[in-house]
Design a protein around this ligand. Structure first.
Ligand SMILES: *Cc1c(COP(=O)(O)O)cnc(C)c1O
Ligand code: SF4
Length: 384
């Protein structure tokens, strides 16, 4: 057995294995009730990072009775099942697909958007479903970008993962392969020399990792990320904004800065989804916006991710920016506010008589920027 497999076996898989001082009960609901619906996994490495069960690392993985005290929110908030032409594929955008190759993960995050399937017997992805997914991609020439996800693709054995990646690489229209993985942050021992030398044969391979807190960056995670980066795999990070975990500009700024030191570029900061069993992690969108405002311009642009809301009902990821960067646009001037709150005017070249609205192919688009009279009154006031 390899070290990473040993760490999984030695970890916590049932709530009765939780240390006494990690036990939680609320209004008669206990952790063992939670685990019947949403499985528990805290591998021994990630467990070693937990100093305080209610701290930022503990909250991400220790089952909380609150998870089953809200059963009204949607199980599949992003309507992924509706955009699923074959069981393992989510095809929502024109040129790229999610390919869910496993429902296993190094830890079972309590906030997970896909907690309806993670670690459950019903959620298992069969070999036939993987075959069907590969065939779907082969038959759809418009797909140029594959995101292997799940679950965590790096939980698969090297030879099975290689079978999937090499099959995709043989498809002429597949340009890039991305792997979404929580492994480097939560089970870095899984990043072995054998894994890395296998992956580098199938470039261009990208990886989007998942770190939520600076305490997840350790000598072990640094080593794993450096091995991946040395193999030529560009590394990004997707972070979920969560109450009690990282809803603090100082924490996220430190996380994003530290990620750059291990060659990981912050890619997305996600507003937490309205997911059944995970609502207690949600923060107001205004919290996210004020965090972005305190990061943008105050530190390296390389450290600034896109803040996105994955729209409920399957609308996809929509970037959100604090609205006050652009105070107004019209009459030949764009009025802007910088990170220090200072106002600047950019003289805008004329569009040559053609309005944005005319230039747009989609008649539903309205570009309020070219029509100052339709601007929100508050925006005009600020511009004065
Ligand atoms: C996030 C996501 C993608 C990838 O989106 P990018 O913005 O290209 O990173 C693709 N498909 C689905 C369904 C997604 O949720
Ligand atoms: S690793 Fe990702 S898919 Fe797995 S439980 Fe955590 S958030 Fe969900």
């Amino acid at each position: 057995m390899e070290e990473w497999q040993r760490l999984l076996v030695d970890g916590i898989r049932r709530s009765d294995q939780l240390p006494q001082d990690w036990r939680l009960a609320k209004e008669g609901v206990e952790q063992k009730d939670v685990e019947e619906i949403f499985p528990v996994r805290i591998n021994a490495y990630y467990q070693s990072l937990i100093k305080d069960p209610m701290g930022p690392i503990g909250r991400q993985v220790i089952p909380d009775p609150e998870e089953i005290m809200d059963m009204d929110s949607p199980l599949d908030p992003l309507s992924e099942d509706e955009d699923s032409p074959v069981p393992a594929i989510v095809h929502r955008y024109p040129d790229r697909v999610l390919f869910l190759v496993t429902n296993q993960c190094p830890i079972y995050c309590r906030y997970c958007t896909r907690k309806r399937m993670i670690g459950t017997p019903e959620g298992v992805v069969t070999r036939d479903e993987v075959e069907e997914g590969i065939s779907y991609i082969r038959e759809h020439q418009e797909i140029r970008d594959i995101i292997l996800s799940g679950g965590d693709p790096l939980m698969l054995k090297d030879d099975y993962l290689e079978y999937i990646v090499s099959s995709l690489r043989e498809i002429p229209h597949v340009e890039i392969i991305r792997i979404g993985s929580r492994v480097p942050s939560s089970l870095p021992q899984r990043v072995t020399p054998a894994l890395v030398s296998m992956l580098r044969k199938y470039h261009p391979v990208y990886m989007n990792l998942h770190f939520n807190h600076p305490d997840e960056i350790t000598p072990e995670t640094s080593l794993a990320c450096n091995m991946l980066a040395d193999a030529g795999i560009p590394l990004g990070c997707q972070t979920v904004l969560m109450k009690g975990v990282n809803d603090d500009p100082a924490v996220l700024k430190k996380l994003f800065q530290k990620l750059l030191t291990i060659r990981v570029k912050p890619y997305y900061l996600y507003q937490a989804d309205l997911t059944r069993g995970a609502n207690h992690f949600r923060t107001p969108v205004s919290t996210g916006l004020s965090i972005m405002r305190e990061i943008q311009g105050h530190t390296s642009g390389m450290a600034v991710p896109h803040y996105v809301i994955d729209a409920p009902g399957g609308g996809g990821k929509i970037p959100v920016l604090p609205s006050d960067y652009m105070i107004s646009m019209g009459d030949g001037d764009v009025v802007l506010k910088n990170y220090e709150g200072k106002i600047f005017t950019y003289p805008d070249p004329s569009t040559g008589g053609e309005t944005m609205e005319k230039a747009s192919s989609d008649g539903n688009d309205t570009y309020r920027e070219t029509h100052p009279q339709t601007m929100h009154p508050g925006m005009i006031d600020e511009a004065r």
